[in-house]
Write a protein that binds this ligand. Structure first.
Ligand code: FES
Length: 73
């Protein structure tokens, strides 16, 4: 199945990258080019990361972790 249509990257390629040590979306971006165009592949890639390495805490793509609300300026 294609994970990233923009770059023609399959779930098999993502799993192989995870087997080689990728643990974050950043790793997949650097190795495969995932999420470097439209970014729609991010949620699927995140699911594959968590499926393959459930101990890994994969944050939402491109957004900082939710924390306490920031005061209005
Ligand atoms: S589907 Fe991966 S960058 Fe567009």
């Amino acid at each position: 199945m294609y994970v990233c249509v923009c770059h023609g990257i399959t779930d098999r390629q993502v799993r192989e990258a995870i087997d080689r040590g990728a643990r974050k979306l950043r790793d997949l971006r650097e190795e495969l080019g995932l999420c470097t165009d439209c970014g729609k592949c991010g949620p699927c890639a995140r699911d594959l990361l968590q499926e393959a390495a459930p101990e890994t805490d994969v944050p939402a793509l491109g957004f900082p972790a939710m924390g306490a609300p920031q005061p209005a300026v």
